[in-house]
Structure formats: structure tokens, C-alpha cells
Ligand binder design. Structure first.
Ligand SMILES: [Fe+2]
Length: 256
């Protein structure tokens, strides 16, 4: 099982829209060109929120970029998304929003943590109930859970104000089950890897601008766009790597 994750694409209706000085359309296209060249065969692409940047036309742009892909594009909303507009553009194959998806020995549960109009996230009671149902149904599988907001502190004062506000409820539920192998998210525009009990935790940098890790006040980081690849093994092991686009530029410079 090979899974690719891209996150926080922050697209606009127009191609020259920028986030913190990075053109989000060109940046996403560069990331995908690299990801598809590196992993021509993959099982699913996960897109963990902030797909558009407060611009409903961003979903049309996103759809045009991905509608020809042959594998499922599993999406969830982030705090900059407009869920009704997202549903209008991304409800037909290869796209889906939310849900739970079986891939061999694995199940991937996509959670909606968007509280419309707020930067922090929250899992509604219905979403927590769905998570519980899906976990109970998947006892013979390994589970990866994806959401937009970080369910653990990132060690960054400003960011930790806008994480998952009911993370305790989320973890209480996860701890009731032994087959959750990984929880992944976006939102924080930086790389992170951790562990909570036996559950592995991963945040993935944005396909555009990054935030400075460990900073108490908002600050951008000069690191390049990135995506993450996962290899999910039948025995529940997770191998993963972040692919920064700087490696690509360095390789091209060396070979050119
Ligand atoms: Fe974002």
C-alpha cells in the first residue's frame, strides 16, 4: 500500500494567487509533478484540508489539476475551506470528501474537524460517533486516521491555540481500540513525527508556504513546498518520508 499525502494547497480561482509570497497553483503543480514521477504507482492520494484559500473558485482549479488521476483523491476540509463549495466541485470520482476507505489490510478514516468561521477545529458529536463506528467495524484491519487540525500540541504557542479543541475526546476514543496505527494531519505547515502510546503521529508540510516550527509567535519558514509518502505494510508497520522540493532543485542543479 502506497499512500501520498498533500496538504494545505490554499488555491485561489486565479493562478497567480499567493500565500506568504508563494504562488499556490504553481507550487502545487511542481509538487505533484515530482510526486507522480517518484511514485507512478500509488493507491490513494490524501488531501488533508485548506484546499482553497477562502475562495470557492479554488475548488475548480483543484479539480482541474486532479480530475484525470486514476486513483482515489480523498479529501477533508480545513479552516480555510468552504464545505458547501467544496462539495459542489469534489463529490464525483476520483474525489471524495470524508468517509472511510478500505485498502487491503488497511482502513483510512477521513475526519471533518472544520468549525466553520473558526481557525481552531472540533470534531462534532456526529463525527466522533462515526469514528467510533468505523473503528469498531475495522477490528480486523489496521487503521490510519486523517484530520486537518493537530490533536497534540506542536510546541508553538500561537498554533496550539488553533488545534483540535476536543482532542481529549478524540484520544479517549482512539485509546479504546488497539488497531489504530497512525494519526495524520495538515494545518501546521511543518513536518512533525511523534508517538502517543503505540499510535504514530505525523504532520506534513504544505504544498506552498511553511510555518516556523517551535515559534511562539506566528512566523514563516523558508523551507520549500513538500509532500509525504507512506508505505503501509500488511503487518501494520508504517514507513513514511517527507519529500521537500529543495532536494529536487539540488539534484537538477547537480545534474545540469
Ligand atoms: Fe493551511
Amino acid at each position: 500500500m502506497r499512500i501520498l499525502q498533500v496538504t494545505d494547497t490554499h488555491l485561489y480561482g486565479h493562478a497567480d494567487g499567493t500565500l506568504r509570497g508563494v504562488e499556490t497553483d504553481a507550487s502545487l503543480r511542481a509538487v505533484m509533478a515530482e510526486a507522480f514521477a517518484q511514485f507512478p504507482r500509488y493507491d490513494a492520494l490524501l488531501v488533508t484540508g485548506d484546499i482553497a484559500n477562502e475562495d470557492p473558485l479554488g475548488y475548480k482549479r483543484f479539480r482541474h489539476i486532479f480530475e484525470a488521476v486514476k486513483r482515489p483523491v480523498l479529501c477533508i476540509p480545513g479552516n480555510h475551506d468552504d464545505l458547501p463549495a467544496m462539495r459542489r466541485e469534489l463529490s464525483a470520482a476520483p474525489f471524495s470528501i470524508g468517509g472511510a476507505h478500505r485498502f487491503g489490510d488497511w482502513k483510512i478514516i477521513m475526519l471533518d474537524s472544520l468549525e466553520q468561521g473558526r481557525a481552531e477545529g472540533r470534531l462534532a458529536a456526529t463525527e466522533l460517533a462515526r469514528l467510533e463506528r468505523e473503528l469498531a467495524r475495522a477490528r480486523d484491519q489496521h487503521v490510519m486516521v486523517a484530520l486537518h487540525h493537530h490533536p497534540v500540541p506542536m510546541g508553538s504557542h500561537w498554533l496550539d491555540y488553533v488545534g483540535l479543541s476536543n482532542a481529549n475526546e478524540f484520544w479517549r476514543l482512539i485509546e479504546d481500540f488497539r488497531h489504530v496505527r497512525a494519526v495524520i494531519w495538515g494545518h501546521v505547515h511543518q513536518a512533525y513525527e511523534g508517538k502517543r502510546g503505540k499510535v504514530r503521529l505525523f504532520a506534513t508540510p504544505s504544498t506552498c508556504a511553511q510555518f516556523l516550527p517551535g515559534s511562539d509567535r506566528f512566523a514563516t519558514d523558508s523551507r520549500p513546498p513538500a509532500y509525504r509518502s507512506f508505505r503501509l505494510h500488511p503487518d501494520g508497520r508504517v514507513e513514511t518520508q517527507i519529500h521537500w522540493l529543495e532536494a529536487v532543485s539540488a539534484r537538477r542543479a547537480a545534474s545540469g
